[in-house]
Design a protein around this ligand. Structure first.
Ligand code: AMP
Length: 373
């Protein structure tokens, strides 16, 4: 299967060729035709499966085909809601690159930048708006964002939007959309709360890929070290000094621990930065840039801060602790082994965390190899 086989127009094909993708990913071969056919879509796909291009490419195509019939210019035609600013920015970059030979404008708005900057984004009259829910709602309430002409709507990483405030904002934003529209919902996992939104939002959706399939197809080797809390930091140092991993993403449960671990790594001459909710927007973006450019080797992150990070070639994900929510584990390790590359995920498990590890194994339907020390 090639992108040509998916009936994508030449302007988009050219942009895809610039990205040097040789063929569509599995998710793309399923999602692109469904969206082009005007269907609602439920995508159980994890980050790394190529899902952003899977929805961005057909949306760009539908919008460029429809654009000649728009009588009222200057309106937002497509809306993508994403849980974090990092992800919103990344999705915006994807739309811009796949749509670079089209005449469509793309805007991104998120928390942490000044209202003045948002107004500037909206004044440029984007056809496609990518937004985090809270900030979008602010702008709707202020009367600056108008969703009345939105024909395509995407809710991305829906399972990361489950905190009460965000869910309320998502629902409020959806209520401002016109009733005639095409909807897409993507989520790595489908907890009950997401299913409630699915049932309300989607009409006879085409359903694609289940989580286990997508994880298996990503080639991620998983290992566990049994190690108690006080020894975890020194084991991490040992691991990182022992092998020449190029880019390592370390997850910690708390912000304080992320800072502490990052500091210890720097003291040991392993260049590192921490990202978490207490860091401001520019610190977070700076840390991501340094990591992407391989100027630092290790990024230490909390789950919320790491959401949506799309960095190629993460050679190793380390779980310094075992998350209580098994789905979080799937999200974390999905950062390595992206788009067909092989990856490695190493988890440190203390005696108290064994039960959480068992739940993770149950969810994945397989046990994780224990490394003897
Ligand atoms: P996503 O799952 O949308 O976060 O995408 C994961 C990564 O895969 C991104 O870095 C994309 O640039 C990359 N990607 C998307 N589609 C393809 C493709 N067909 N071939 C190779 N890489 C791709």
């Amino acid at each position: 299967m090639t992108f040509q086989d998916l009936n994508i127009n030449q302007a988009i094909i050219k942009a895809i060729e610039d990205k040097k993708y040789s063929k569509p990913t599995e998710v793309q071969t399923k999602v692109i035709p469904a969206v082009l056919n005007g269907k609602d879509l439920l995508g159980c796909a994890h980050t790394g499966s190529g899902k952003t291009a899977a929805f961005a490419i057909p949306m760009l195509q539908l919008l460029s085909e429809a654009s000649s019939s728009w009588t009222d210019q200057g309106k937002i035609r497509a809306l993508v809601l994403a849980p974090t600013r990092e992800l919103a920015i990344q999705i915006g970059e994807s739309f811009s690159s796949y749509g670079k030979y089209l005449d469509l404008k793309i805007g991104v708005i998120y928390g942490g930048i000044t209202p003045k900057q948002h107004i500037k984004v909206l004044k440029r009259e984007p056809h496609i708006l990518i937004a985090t829910p809270g900030r979008l709602l602010d702008l709707i309430e202020k009367g600056v964002a108008d969703l009345s002409a939105v024909a395509l709507f995407v809710l991305d990483e829906a399972d990361q939007m489950l905190d009460q405030k965000m869910i309320q904002d998502v629902k409020a934003a959806i209520s401002k959309l016109p009733s005639e529209r095409q909807n897409m919902l993507f989520s790595a996992t489908m907890p009950n709360e997401v299913m409630k939104i699915v049932n309300r939002l989607l009409k006879n959706p085409v359903k694609i890929v289940d989580r286990n399939e997508s994880l298996e197809s990503a080639d991620i080797k998983q290992l566990v070290y049994c190690v108690e809390e006080p020894d975890k930091a020194s084991l991490l140092l040992e691991l990182l000094k022992g092998k020449a991993y190029e880019s390592v993403l370390v997850f910690t449960r708390t912000k304080k621990r992320a800072d502490k671990v990052s500091k210890a790594l720097n003291v040991a001459n392993i260049r590192s930065k921490a990202i978490h909710g207490d860091k401001n927007q520019s610190e977070r973006l700076m840390a991501l840039e340094l990591f992407k450019n391989k100027e630092i080797k290790v990024l230490v992150a909390t789950d919320v801060a790491a959401r949506g990070i799309d960095i190629k070639d993460i050679s190793l994900v380390v779980n310094l602790d075992i998350p209580n929510v098994p789905e979080t584990f799937i999200h974390r390790i999905g950062r390595t082994g992206r788009a067909g590359k092989s990856g490695l995920a190493i988890s440190f498990c203390s005696t108290e965390e064994k039960e959480s590890l068992m739940n993770i194994e149950k969810l994945q339907g397989k046990s994780i190899e224990i490394v003897a020390r």
